[in-house]
Write a protein that binds this ligand. Structure first.
Ligand code: SAM
Length: 132
């Protein structure tokens, strides 16, 4: 997932800048990704540090980082889940579409209209996955 404000394109630069300050051996360091969002910053450091702590206010970030940071195992049948989520009907009365997509008139462009219209369903699906 990517959106305005994601540090995806800056992640390697952030890693280099952190190494300039704390040294290049990160193997005994704990990396704290506050305002983790998509988790891209924590994911960049995960292979190199002892531990990543991820924090964010939003549920979407909890779901992403539950996998990207906490999980260490490959997800079996991941294509099945992706296909299931991608085939959900689009809806226009969800929170994300109403508040974060241009098409709703929110004047914000964090997510494409198509992805925003999927979001309420995804929240429900995520709760189901957490409960399993
Ligand atoms: C620009 S976005 C994410 C940036 C993130 N490093 C990335 O690359 O995806 C900022 C994040 O800060 C979170 N946030 C804002 N205020 C917060 C707070 N008081 N405590 C925790 N998270 C907060 C938002 O939920 C949002 O996910």
């Amino acid at each position: 997932m990517n959106y305005i404000g994601s540090k995806l394109k800056l992640s390697s630069w952030i890693e280099e800048e952190v190494k300039k300050v704390v040294g290049s051996d990160l193997s005994q360091k704990v990396f704290c990704d506050i305002f983790a969002g998509t988790g891209i910053v924590g994911r960049t450091f995960k292979p190199h540090v002892k531990q990543v702590i991820s924090n964010d206010l939003e549920h979407y970030s909890f779901v992403l980082n539950k996998n990207y940071i906490e999980n260490h195992k490959a997800i079996v049948d991941k294509e099945k889940y992706i296909e299931e989520l991608n085939s959900l009907p689009l809806i226009e009365d969800g929170f994300i579409y109403q508040n974060y997509c241009m098409g709703s008139g929110s004047e914000r462009q964090y997510f494409s209209d198509e992805n925003g219209k999927k979001n309420r369903h995804h929240a429900n699906q995520n709760q189901r996955v957490e409960g399993e």
